[in-house]
Write a protein that binds this ligand. Sequence first.
Ligand code: AMP
Ligand code: GLY
Length: 420
Amino acid sequence: MKVGVIGSGGREHALCFSLKSSDKIKQIYCFPGNAGTSLIAKNIDININDFEKIKDFIIKNNINFVIVGPEKPLVDGIVDYLEKFNIKVFGPNKIASQLEGSKIFTKKICEKYKIPTAKFGIFSDTNTALSFLKNCNFPIVIKADGLAAGKGVYISENYNEASKAVDEIFNGKFGNAENLLIEEFLNGEEMSFFIISDGKSYKMFGTAQDHKRVFEGDKGKNTGGMGAYSPSRLETNDLNFKIINRIIEPTLKGLQELNCQYRGFLYAGLMIVNGDPFLIEYNVRMGDPECQTLLPKLKTDFSIVIDKCIQRKLHELDIEWHNDKSICIVLCSQGYPDTYTNHVEIDLKKLNLNKNQFIFHAGTKIVKNKILSNGGRVLNIVTRSNDFKSARQNSLKILEEINWKNGFYRKDIGYKVIQE
Ligand code: AMP
Ligand code: GLY
């Protein structure tokens, strides 16, 4: 089979890598990819917002199916567009992608189907939002509606911080904002919970714990994700059961009532409060860096998993996983998530990876046979091991070997699950 992967981050390199390990896959095309994907796939330099060019390339090259990595093309309707040309795509359509594209869409589904989530209000102008905030308990959460690339969420400790957040959102910091949400602050521990669905049936696809803050001890600004481990330390059969029954199934039912069958990965960002799950947000794709830490644990041929989904025969498959632990540490450019320098060389030639170690590129590109940095998050170093502690130690060893002077990384990924 010939397959396409849309996107250029660590998640997409991990998707290409998992496809590559299947003997059913003859050729992978990555749109537009990075230095890492170029080693195992053909990078195609087409802007992922240019659906027409992507469609022309897929048809011309007889690509059997395409996996869409990031949220933006999904929310913009790439699946609906490509399916009009009979192209097989793995990912949710435009209606279903509102689960990520519009926080208000998701909250309305939560309300209708009694899905546990933070109490919330929707506000369309500054004055009403501010007068509501005058009588609130703090901390409180303020969110821009719509996609904001992991930003656009404020946890405000007092009225002054909250009013600044309201001003920034309505002044267009995250794009044109017609509405914002003010939400109760949930005090618990976060967990990323994944399912994969073919539109008729679904299966669990693992759990993970992301580390969003830039500095050790979960301090500093929010980022796209500084590292992750899998499985989440909170995962139990009892909790899985609650998540499926209270959150996932009512959501899928809600979509069905909108005449929409969900096909793709669905990622529930949860807060677990005293053993009970609350939905914080949905993402209509794999997480990044959760994907990088999860996929190396997959035992079943990934191309078969996706192919079964495309044929709507996922129920025929038992998805098997390695039983060990996995940790991913992200190497970032100094200055991320603010300003940083690109085009700094990274030398990966002399590395000694063992068979349970993986490097997934994110912001990299190849120029004249050299790997150069090309983004804030640059590399993902993943190790699978019997325990989290040695998984982390071994990922850290690789980072020390890389010794990239322009970079930094968190040394404490997994600190809640590792006893020092
Ligand atoms: P989001 O982009 O919706 O994932 O939010 C970014 C981060 O803000 C989440 O990962 C949580 O750490 C935090 N957050 C969002 N909503 C809430 C909430 N209602 N209560 C507590 N923390 C929240
Ligand atoms: N790991 C956070 C995200 O993918 O949105």
